[in-house]
Design a protein around this ligand. Structure first.
Ligand code: NAP
Length: 340
């Protein structure tokens, strides 16, 4: 911690497109200080600082992420590398005793999350998967409505994420699923994470179907998570459909829809709900920057030694569910999910 400002000192491990979002979030966060940025492409770290309008004089710039990990000034890192690099670099950062906010998906294999958890315990650092949307206050409002009993007991969750892939973004589908490419690792992990938020346990089985393209990446998926006793979560996500970023809950008495979920900080959050007693409401909430809230939450957890709201067990269960959904689509059959 910077003793003068009481701020946690952050480094960023890459000049990814996401760095253009998260670098300003770190700079704006009330309890964080950006001290270093690394990129394996010379000039790219400086470029992203310039693009974000952040002066470089007080920031250490590295052409090698290992050098950033050796920098004793850096206490926490944001890891925005490509999906298939997350587990390896999270482990490296943990071994250097850095706290790690890792972009989603934290890993492509459950065993890698187990290794990250063991290393984090050994080195006494905090690690969280970067599902930023969960820090948005609109979900707390959705829970208030649910907990008031207005829609009854939740029986169905439907979570949808889609947009038409822009030509400049096709790097997301140029690698196969095993290499971290495709819609599941990019957007499907959000849709599944959101379904899991409302049932808060592992599903018993998953059945899914997808379309893949020549590169071996999936581009359109649909599936159902079975939570037993007639409780189901349905996810669909795609790079080939009009934009939707929403979830809907159907309870025993009514329903609730959250209209702008994995959105930009400037988007207006809207929640609508109804019930059979004739109540019907649409609520607009103030926009909130869930990226900055994520940085502030993680930083607060580190500085005050609290567990983060997204645990490594949550990361493990999400990975397990995602892997089972991919297996189901590959094999054309439902897959049982083990709770052991
Ligand atoms: N939370 C969210 O809202 C959100 C949104 C989108 C993506 N994501 C996640 O964030 C992570 C990064 O996604 P992204 O789309 O920002 O990744 P990206 O731009 O492809 O960058 C990934 C890594 O590739 C390298 N790179 C970047 N541009 C490059 C280029 N032109 N040529 C060669 N290498 C390049 C960078 O490392 P070097 O700088 O070291 O070269 C960077 O760290 C992914 O895990 C993704 O799933 C999260």
């Amino acid at each position: 911690m910077n003793e003068q400002t009481n701020k946690l000192r952050w480094g960023i491990l890459g000049a990814a497109r996401m760095t253009e979002v998260m670098l300003p979030a770190i700079v704006e966060a009330s309890n964080a200080q950006l001290v270093a940025v690394a990129s394996r492409r010379p000039g790219a770290a400086t470029g992203v600082l310039k693009k974000c309008g952040v002066g470089q004089s007080s920031i250490n710039i590295y052409d090698n992420p290992d050098q950033l990990l050796d920098d004793p000034e850096v206490e926490a890192v944001y890891l925005p590398m490509a999906n298939e690099e997350h587990a390896e670099w999270a482990l490296r950062a943990i071994e250097h005793k850095k706290h790690v906010l890792c972009e989603k998906p934290m890993a492509l294999k459950v065993a890698d999350i187990d290794a990250i958890e063991a290393a984090a315990k050994q080195h006494g650092v905090t690690v969280m998967e970067g599902f930023m949307y969960r820090l948005h206050p609109q979900h707390a409002r959705a829970w208030e409505i649910i907990n008031s009993g207005a829609i009854g007991e939740i029986r169905t969750v439907r979570s949808c994420f889609s947009f038409l892939m822009a030509p400049a973004r096709t790097y997301r589908i140029s690698r196969n699923i095993e290499q971290g490419g495709g819609a599941m690792w990019d957007i499907g992990c959000y849709a599944i994470h959101t379904c899991r938020m409302f049932f808060q346990e592992l599903p018993t089985t998953v059945i899914a179907s997808y379309k893949t393209i020549d590169s071996g990446a999936d581009v359109s998926n649909i599936g159902v998570l079975d939570y037993g006793d007639g409780r189901y979560a349905q996810f669909d996500f795609s790079f080939e459909r009009a934009r939707r970023a929403e979830y809907e809950l159907i309870g025993t008495k009514g329903g609730l829809k959250c209209h702008n979920v994995w959105s930009k900080a400037s988007d207006t959050p809207i929640i609508s709900w109804w019930n059979e007693a004739g109540e019907q409401q649409e609520e607009q909430l103030p926009p909130a920057n869930h990226f900055r809230l994520e940085i502030e939450h993680f930083t607060d957890c580190v500085l005050n030694n609290h567990p983060p709201s997204l645990s490594l067990e949550d990361a493990r269960q999400n990975c397990q569910t995602v892997v089972a959904a991919l297996q189901s689509a590959q094999q054309g059959q439902s897959i049982k999910i083990s709770t052991s």
